[in-house]
Design a protein around this ligand. Structure first.
Ligand code: UD1
Length: 431
């Protein structure tokens, strides 16, 4: 299993370019199942989850051209099966995003029910209830979700989510675009990835209004066609590099990003004393003020508030801030597993339910630590970059799921980080 070896204590300097958003590319790839025509996607990040998503499309019968590059042409004209296997779903929960498009275009879909995962139980009951509202019958057979549209086509309806769900909103949007009649999704997620998916679907011929707001209105059409679309920059990768500049006391130019997608993160980091300049619509300059950082409380909430996917990185930063900060996680249970590893590196953190109290600043020292999920891994890399001495992070396959060429990017900024056994990055294209 791959490990990272980090020799910390070097401030990072230079310019880094942000990759395409994993969480946008995943539903956009799934959306290609909605048409028999070719969809061209640019800026697809070269990360494990996207390799898995492409495999899912190919298993279903789609052809994917140039899977080794960031531009991919996907044609789902000869779909042979309507089933996403347990083998795929167990490695990537986002495989459930195949349900909506398959159900919409073919009137049937079978996807293994994702099990529990490191950051909580993560059910998909809200997706399934919404499909039922669109007229599907949904049953559970030997661990698989089997959904069918009785007359082969879904029917538009009014759907109100009990809780904001990102992939749930995406799945239902993809189901409703080919349903008969109008669908209104209330309490919809408002993440930039929802807007990106809606933009792609609209280019394919879908009629969607209100993406990015709580109410999305969709007028179903009979068929969708080909389109060309560029995936938005990854806002969580952007936030991770902001944290990297701040935690190492360096100065970074972060290019090809979308500052308007991470306003809550920028605001919170500024409160703690991180200097963030919005240079233009796609560029940020970040440095840590000489007076140091101040601990500030944060609560994770659905977009546009502070994202749960930045909570672990923020916790690493707070170990270096003066005073006490309380971090409240409201989206996922069990999403503090990085805390015990940060404590092993010298952090002073107390967990009580969904509340973490960080007392800082504490001197971090290198240690052997284990990555438990994607964003937890990022927080350990950040802590390792700030720590004195050597940090070895085990199970970095988690980070490969969502961060493109992370070692290459950090090394170019002056970090002393290496992968102890090389895999994914060697195959990644240069640009
Ligand atoms: C997506 C992101 C993930 C991010 C999360 C929250 C992708 C591929 N993943 O995950 O990186 O951390 O949004 O911003 O985009 N819930 C239910 N029933 C459901 C669905 C969700 O109870 O049917 C609950 C979840 O357990 C969680 C909350 O709703 O407590 C929000 O989850 P959701 O927004 O669905 O997360 P994902 O879409 O899985």
């Amino acid at each position: 299993m791959d490990k990272f070896l980090i020799r910390g204590g070097r401030p990072l300097h230079g310019r880094v370019e942000i990759s395409g958003a994993k969480n946008s590319a995943l539903p956009c790839l799934a959306a290609t199942l909605l048409t028999s025509e070719t969809v061209i996607l640019h800026n697809v990040p070269y990360v494990k989850d996207l390799i898995t998503q492409r495999r899912l499309l190919e298993d279903l019968g789609a052809t994917v051209l140039t899977p080794e590059l960031r531009t991919q042409k996907i044609t789902a004209s000869h779909i042979q099966t309507f089933e996403a296997s347990y083998e795929l779903v167990k490695t990537m929960r986002a495989s459930v995003l195949a349900l909506g498009p398959l159900l919409a275009r073919f009137g049937k879909a079978k996807v293994s029910l994702p099990g529990g995962c490191a950051i909580g139980t993560r059910p998909i009951d809200l997706h399934l209830k919404a499909f039922e509202k669109l007229g599907a019958s949904v049953s559970l057979e030997s661990g698989d979700v089997v959904a069918t549209a009785p007359k082969g086509r879904l029917a538009g309806n009014d759907i109100e989510f009990e809780k904001v769900t990102v992939t749930g909103t995406e799945n239902v949007m993809m189901a409703a675009v080919l349903a008969e009649g109008k669908t209104t999704i209330r309490k919809a997620a408002r993440e930039p990835e929802i807007v990106d998916l809606a933009d792609l679907l609209i280019k394919m011929g879908a009629k969607i209004e209100g993406s990015g707001t709580e109410t999305i209105m969709i007028d179903g059409v009979d068929a969708l066609g080909g389109a060309e679309h560029s995936i938005i920059p990854d806002r969580i990768e952007t936030g991770t590099f902001i944290t990297a500049a701040a935690i190492t006391g360096g100065e970074l130019e972060i290019a090809k990003c979308r500052p308007d997608h991470i306003e809550a993160v920028i605001e919170k980091f500024r409160e703690t004393g991180v200097n963030i300049e919005i240079v233009d619509e796609t560029t940020l300059k970040v440095r840590r003020d000489s007076k140091g950082l101040v601990g500030k409380d944060v609560t994770t909430e659905p977009h546009p508030l502070f994202p749960t996917d930045m909570q672990a990185q923020y916790m690493a930063l707070m170990t270096q801030a003066e005073g006490t900060s309380e971090i409240i996680e409201t989206i996922f249970e069990n999403r503090f597993m990085h805390a015990s590893e940060l404590i092993r590196m010298g952090a002073d953190i107390h967990i009580s339910g969904n509340r973490a109290t960080v007392n800082g600043p504490t001197r971090l020292t290198g240690a052997r630590v284990i990555a438990s999920d994607l964003r937890a891994s990022a927080s350990l890399v950040l802590a390792g970059l700030a720590a004195e001495g050597e940090t070895i992070i085990d199970r970095v396959y988690h980070i490969d799921r969502g961060y493109e060429t992370i070692v290459r990017k950090f090394r170019a900024l002056g970090a002393d980080i290496e992968r102890l056994t090389e895999q994914i990055e060697e195959n990644a294209p240069e640009n």
